[in-house]
Design a protein. Structure first.
Length: 284
């Protein structure tokens, strides 16, 4: 009997799969796949990038379309599209913050840390999946915009550059989300903080209305808002509005360069804070 038991144990050990070392990229893609499967099993998580973008586009186009004058020769419906897309991609920070906080709160990150993987793979995987999640909203809004009359009127390369700026901005916003998600102790706290900050930031800009009619002090804030640079850059690259003159704020005179600089600056400042906060949270 003893000999048979030892043989069974020996056979079991032989059948145990070999653990092969993997790199950061493969580990990150595995966690990205896990997050996407989570979305697949809970389709309601896509409401904010499917139903909500369509609702925003239609509401602003139909309700405010005839009452707000813009610099676009083709009307408010075309002018507003870059603003709504800019708000949606900025809210990628909201998505990653809520998702990361939920994983930390439920102990999922602790389980991942018990595996032979790089701890950075958790953040990279969450970042990739959140950016893909927000990109769905951009695609949905683009299709909805085409239905209501929005058009890309400049060249193909300029259009691609505009979408690339959106994704670049989303990358910097993801680091903001990681920082908030690591610092907050509950999903409710994340929701409260993000709503109290992201909504004013996205509205005090040129996203939904021109800044010319704002009070002087608020106009200055709006024109130097990084989201205003992003939105103005996309409008110019898509040919939806002409470039602004010398009387505009400096970031709006050179919106493409300003958006890139803002993205680099935000990432350079927030990314180290986010990584430190995440490490402190997972080591407690």
């Amino acid at each position: 009997m003893t000999t048979q038991s030892e043989a069974v144990r020996s056979e079991t050990r032989d059948e145990r799969p070999e653990i092969r070392p993997t790199g950061l990229l493969r580990q990150s893609l595995a966690i990205t796949r896990r997050n996407l499967i989570h979305i697949k099993r809970m389709p309601e998580m896509l409401l904010d990038v499917t139903i909500q973008p369509v609702m925003f586009v239609l509401l602003f186009a139909l309700v405010f379309g005839g009452s707000i004058k813009t610099s676009s020769e083709n009307g408010y419906n075309e002018w507003i599209m870059a603003g709504i897309m800019g708000q949606t991609i900025a809210f990628s920070s909201f998505v990653v913050a809520v998702g990361l906080t939920a994983d930390l709160d439920k102990g999922i990150v602790d389980r991942m840390r018990s595996l032979p993987i790089n701890s950075s793979a958790v953040l990279v995987g969450r970042s990739i999946s959140s950016l893909m999640h927000s990109s769905i909203g951009i695609v949905v809004m683009s299709v909805t915009g085409l239905i209501i009359g929005w058009r890309i009127r400049d060249g193909f390369l300029d259009a691609v550059l505009a979408y690339a700026l959106m994704l670049l901005w989303g990358f910097s916003m993801i680091w903001v989300g990681i920082w908030v998600g690591s610092a907050m102790r509950s999903v409710e706290a994340v929701n409260g903080l993000m709503f109290a900050t992201m909504f004013p930031i996205t509205f005090v800009a040129n996203t939904f209305a021109p800044t010319e009619n704002m009070p002087d002090w608020l106009q200055t804030i709006a024109e130097w808002n990084p989201i205003s640079s992003l939105v103005q850059a996309c409008r110019e690259l898509w040919g939806n509005t002409p470039p602004l003159g010398d009387d505009a704020a400096l970031p709006l005179q050179y919106p493409v360069i300003s958006t890139v600089l803002w993205t680099i600056a935000i990432t350079a400042v927030v990314a180290p804070l986010a990584i430190r906060s995440f490490r402190r949270r997972t080591q407690d």
